[in-house]
Design a protein around this ligand. Structure first.
Ligand SMILES: O=C(O)CCC(=O)C(=O)O
Ligand SMILES: [Fe+2]
Length: 295
């Protein structure tokens, strides 16, 4: 920690540290099971996306592809021009996302090997029927312009852990710990989305308890990966034109949280099956836990 950070920690403020050469053991103890975010400075060192994913690359190869943002269609070429010329006052619409596996499978190799911090991962397990993930997007590329603000404060759907790797430009993140959920006013219909839309300028008359939150703000730059553990509220804002890759992870550390999310969905849609699904997932959790320990 630098001296400024040490000062802040002494004052009791929460901070998100940046770490290089982080061992898996330290990551697992302090962050994955410790449920605390961290910026990993070199997780994506082996990815070819690191130098390849630039605005020029996407313009050259994918200009004609269509993207849809908030119900409006653009070509990726149009969007990239806007993203490069957008300003704080007039940002490009956000987020502009590409689904790598579904629509750009030829780019999969550029975000491999999967870094050790996002392993083991149960999202692709044959024992986990995909419908339990309720359509969560688990591997996406994000484009944004200066001033582009993610539209809401949320924690990742289905309590998946998120790893956001910044490949181009700088993005500012704000995170709020899960134990402050009582002050965050989750939407009754979407418990993972907050009703408070501006963390730094909240409507305290409408949301008085939000004053008790202690949001942590920091910047993630090129080559850096932010780990956001399950249940941590977060939002983001691009400071420059940005390209990021977001991937999700599910394993023993967030399995119980995931099971609760599945239960909430099942109680709404198929309440009679909810109990059986919980039993099934708890067996799957034990089986995969054993397999992972042997690996
Ligand atoms: O990079 C961002 O804008 C935030 C993305 C995010 O939090 C998400 O897609 O869940
Ligand atoms: Fe998120």
């Amino acid at each position: 920690m630098d001296t400024q950070t040490v000062e802040l920690v002494r004052k009791g403020a929460l901070v998100v540290e940046k770490k290089y050469n982080l061992s898996y053991e330290e990551f697992a103890e302090k962050h994955l099971f410790g449920n605390y975010p961290v910026v990993i400075g070199d997780a994506c060192a082996a990815w070819s996306a690191k130098n390849k994913f630039t605005p020029e690359f996407f313009k050259e190869h994918y200009s004609d592809r269509e993207v849809e943002i908030a119900g409006k269609k653009y070509t990726l070429g149009e969007y990239i021009d806007w993203m490069l010329t957008g300003t704080e006052e007039n940002p490009a619409p956000y987020p502009c996302t590409l689904q790598i596996e579904r629509d750009y499978p030829e780019l999969l190799n550029d975000v491999l090997p999967r870094f050790k911090y996002a392993l083991p991962d149960r999202i692709q397990s044959k024992l986990l029927p995909k419908r339990f993930l309720s359509g969560a997007n688990t591997l996406e590329i994000f484009f944004g312009s200066p001033g582009a603000q993610f539209p809401y404060v949320h924690y990742d759907y289905m309590s998946l852990h998120a790893y956001i790797t910044q490949l181009y430009g700088e993005k500012e993140f704000t995170v709020i710990p899960p134990d402050q959920t009582p002050y965050v006013y989750p939407r009754p219909d979407n418990l993972w989305v907050s009703q408070v839309d501006d963390v730094w300028n909240p409507d305290l008359e409408k949301y008085p308890l939000f004053a008790k939150t202690t949001p942590i703000k920091f910047v993630v730059g090129p080559g850096e990966t932010l780990f956001i553990p399950c249940g941590w509220w977060h939002t983001a804002r691009s400071l420059t034109p940005t390209i990021s890759v977001a991937l999700d992870c599910l394993n023993d550390s967030n399995w119980k949280n995931f099971m609760s999310e599945v239960d909430v969905n099942m109680q709404q849609r198929r309440p009679k099956l909810a109990g059986a699904v919980q039993t099934y997932l708890s067996v799957v959790g034990s089986v995969l836990g054993t397999v992972e320990k042997m690996a």
